[in-house]
Design a protein around this ligand. Structure first.
Ligand SMILES: Cc1cc2nc3c(=O)[nH]c(=O)nc-3n(C[C@H](O)[C@H](O)[C@H](O)COP(=O)(O)O)c2cc1C
Length: 209
């Protein structure tokens, strides 16, 4: 099949997200300008560069009261956020943290998740999450949308601090089986990391190497 997104797919369910699967889930903690703690999952999330490590998450749509989502507002207002890795044991709390609470609700308290302070930024870390990145906001970008009631705001951030639970390392490498990452597929589907294989890297020698 071929379809133009603005003309419809003709299927019972929108296939777009299933076509780009899996997507990592950024479990993003922020703090509001007035000091309220916030936590929410974003599957429009990724690492976009290594030097420096740079991540992005995208807030789509609005809260039920039609106000903007807290995560991007907080990341803009305070210039900081934390990425917590989403894991299989934490999947229920992760899902619960997607509830559209008011900005002054402490979402760690609501979900019962214990926190750890960050080293370099104010937002707290999810203590039970074995990997966390402390991030400083680089840019908040409002992308065009063909549904004005469904804005698309992308937050880019530089990773300024990395926490890795050493229990999740094997021979100095992050062990996927120990971390138990979860990712988002299409529809209501999620995934864990299953079979893996390695490919030798094809390097192109450049003049400056
Ligand atoms: C697994 C999962 C992934 C999600 N991914 C996104 C996303 O990429 N973008 C988005 O705007 N909302 C996403 N949501 C919904 C937000 O988490 C939800 O709107 C949340 O209330 C936003 O919180 P905030 O207002 O504190 O930013 C996702 C929810 C779940 C459960």
């Amino acid at each position: 099949m071929f379809y133009k997104p603005d003309e419809g797919h003709g299927l019972a369910h929108n296939p777009i997200a299933a076509c780009v699967s899996p997507r990592p889930i950024g479990w993003i903690s922020t703090i509001s300008a007035t000091g309220h703690h916030n936590l929410a999952p974003f599957s429009y999330f990724n690492l976009v560069h290594n030097f420096p490590p740079t991540v992005m998450f995208s807030c789509n749509g609005l809260k039920p009261d039609e106000s903007p989502k807290d995560s991007w507002v907080n990341a803009r207002d305070t210039g900081e956020f934390v990425y917590n890795v989403a894991t299989f044991p934490l999947r229920e709390a992760l899902n619960q943290s997607s509830t559209a609470w008011d900005i002054e609700v402490d979402e760690f308290e609501e979900t019962g998740l214990k926190t750890l302070p960050s080293e370099l930024v104010k937002p707290m870390r999810v203590a039970a999450s074995p990997i966390q990145f402390e991030c400083r906001t680089i840019e908040v970008k409002h992308l065009p949308t063909n549904r004005p009631e469904n804005p698309n705001t992308v937050v880019f951030g530089e990773v300024v601090g990395v926490h890795i639970d050493e229990a999740c390392l094997t021979d100095g490498m992050v062990d996927y089986d120990k971390v138990q990452h979860i990712s988002r597929l299409g529809y209501l589907d999620f995934a864990t990391i299953g079979s893996r294989f390695q490919l030798p890297r094809v390097f192109v020698k450049r003049e400056q190497d």
